[in-house]
Design a protein around this ligand. Structure first.
Ligand code: 5RP
Ligand code: FE2
Length: 223
C-alpha cells in the first residue's frame, strides 16, 4: 500500500465554529486552509489573523493555500504564524524561487500551486526548492466544483519530473476530489489530496477521510 494523505478543506466547514469543525476531521493528515483575497480569485475567505488562531488551537498541521495577489509580500507571514506548509500560486509570484526559500527559512514547507491551465514545464528547474507541488483540478475560487480530468496528464508529467530529481517532493491535488476522482488522481501520481465538500458534506467527516485515504493508498501509480 502507498502512503497517501487527506487534507480536508475548511472552505466547506461551518465558518461560525471552526474549532469544532477541526475536531470533526481528527483522522486527517492536515487541515487545508483556503485564503482568498477577492483579487487573485473572485471570492473572499479568511486572512492572517484567523490563520494565526487556527494554528494555535489546531492539533492538525495547517496546510495553507494562498489564492492572493502580491503573494511574495504576504506568504512568509503565514509560515511565521505556524503553518506547516504554505502554497503560493506561481501566477501570483514575481520571484517564486526567492519566495520558496523565504518560506523554508520561516519554518514551513514550500509549495507552489498552479491553476489548471498553467503548465509545469517552466518551473521544472526549481523543483529542488519545493517540498510540494499543488496542481489545481478546478479553477481556484470555490468549493464544490467538478474535477477537471484535463489535469491528469500534467500530474503524470510532474510525477515523472519529480522522480528524475530523486527528491521526496509531494504532489497535492485540490478540487473536486471524490471517491471516484481520487482514484484517477492517485494513479496519475498524486499523493496528497484536498477534499472539501466530499468530506464536510457527509454525516461523518472523519470516516470520509479514512475511506478516501484507503482508496488512494490502494492504487498503483502509472506514469
Ligand atoms: O482551493 C480550493 C478552491 O479554490 C479548495 O481547496 C477546493 O475547491 C476544495 O473544495 P472541493 O473539494 O469541494 O472541490
Ligand atoms: Fe485549496
Amino acid at each position: 500500500m502507498r502512503t497517501c494523505q487527506i487534507n480536508p478543506s475548511i472552505l466547506s466547514a461551518d465558518f461560525t465554529n471552526l474549532q469544532r469543525e477541526l475536531t470533526r476531521i481528527h483522522t486527517a493528515d492536515a487541515v487545508h486552509v483556503d485564503v482568498m483575497d477577492n483579487h487573485f480569485v473572485p471570492n473572499l475567505t479568511i486572512g492572517l489573523p484567523v490563520v494565526k488562531r487556527l494554528a494555535e488551537v489546531s492539533e492538525l498541521p495547517l496546510d495553507v493555500h494562498l489564492m492572493i495577489s502580491d503573494v511574495d509580500r504576504w506568504a512568509p507571514g503565514y509560515a511565521e504564524a505556524g503553518a506547516a506548509s504554505v502554497s503560493f500560486h506561481a501566477e501570483a509570484s514575481a520571484a517564486p524561487i526567492k519566495l520558496a526559500r523565504d518560506l523554508r527559512a520561516a519554518g514551513s514547507r514550500a509549495c507552489m500551486a498552479l491553476r489548471p491551465a498553467t503548465p509545469i514545464e517552466p518551473y521544472l528547474d526549481m523543483l529542488p526548492e519545493l517540498d510540494m507541488v499543488l496542481l489545481m483540478s478546478v479553477e481556484p475560487g470555490f468549493g464544490g466544483q467538478a474535477f477537471l480530468d484535463v489535469v491528469l496528464p500534467k500530474i503524470r508529467r510532474t510525477r515523472r519530473a519529480i522522480e528524475g530529481t530523486g527528491l521526496p517532493i509531494a504532489i497535492q491535488v485540490d478540487g473536486g476530489i471524490t471517491r471516484e476522482t481520487i482514484l484517477r488522481a492517485a494513479e496519475a501520481g498524486a499523493d496528497v489530496f484536498v477534499a472539501g465538500s466530499s468530506v464536510y458534506g457527509t454525516q461523518d467527516p472523519a470516516e470520509a477521510v479514512v475511506t478516501l485515504r484507503n482508496l488512494a493508498a490502494s492504487t498503483t501509480v502509472s506514469v
